[in-house]
Unconditional design. Structure first.
Length: 253
């Protein structure tokens, strides 16, 4: 794996965050993104560190950028920078999670049976999913977490919401696909299957469709991110993805 490909992926992630944001502010080592329309969404209101920074200064940088919010989220795209930031941030009360950058190798599938959807088509299953994960939050928080997906359309040149339906027409599994044909880069994000429809091939249908669409747009760098501590990483490995890098998330509040 060449460093240039991982750099391309990190540049894509950084650019996507800036483009998606309602506004952004440059900071030492990176930038902050904000979207008041989705104030309860940590992903839409966070600090992103995308270059070398004084790790001891990061807690104060985040506090100044996010001090008006009840939560703190810091994403560090570079592995070495993230590891350097871990001790100062944990000392400051943050929890630390590691994510894998996984690249698809080999030929893309010949076809896929998922279809492009609008947000309304996945609103009910997505709301049900978030309510299951966060049973104690109020309805406004859930609404922000669902509706924020629409803001993702700003993040890349081409954005698809893909879904696989049951025979009865219910959306069983879904994901986002972000394409940047100019750099040949594609990201698959938030591949989710409803609890009632697990292990029936719906996620495979969505994934193969996403990979085929990316290949059709000459996107040879096809990647996703996966929690290093969770089982889906192994599911992706069985489908031709391999780990090529690491990023880090730090949360508090």
């Amino acid at each position: 794996m060449s460093n240039s490909k991982l750099q391309r992926i990190n540049s894509f992630l950084s650019a996507f965050a800036r483009r998606q944001a309602a506004r952004s502010v440059d900071l030492p080592g990176g930038f902050a993104v904000y979207d008041d329309a989705f104030a309860h969404s940590r992903a839409n209101n966070q600090v992103i560190i995308d270059t070398v920074v004084d790790s001891e200064a990061v807690p104060a940088i985040a506090e100044e950028a996010l001090g008006h919010l009840p939560h703190r989220l810091i994403s560090v795209l570079d592995h070495e920078v993230g590891m350097a930031c871990a001790q100062p941030l944990i000392r400051d009360g943050y929890t630390h999670s590691t994510y894998l950058v996984m690249l698809h190798a080999g030929p893309a599938p010949a076809s896929g049976s998922a279809e492009e959807l609008d947000l309304d088509a996945i609103r009910i299953p997505l709301t049900r999913r978030w309510r299951g994960l966060l049973p104690d939050v109020d309805d406004e928080v859930i609404r922000h977490l669902v509706d924020r997906r629409e803001a993702r359309r700003r993040g890349a040149d081409i954005v698809h919401f893909l879904g696989a339906r049951t025979e009865e027409g219910e959306v069983a599994s879904w994901a986002d696909l972000y394409l940047d044909p100019a750099t040949g880069t594609a990201q698959i994000e938030d591949l989710i299957t409803s609890e009632a429809h697990l292990r029936r091939g719906y996620a495979d249908a969505v994934l193969t469709t996403a990979l085929r669409l990316a290949a059709d747009k000459d996107c040879g760098t096809r990647f996703l991110t996966a929690d290093a501590a969770d089982w889906p990483r192994h599911w992706y490995e069985r489908r031709g993805f391999s780990v090529v890098g690491h990023s880090h998330c730090f949360e508090r509040g």
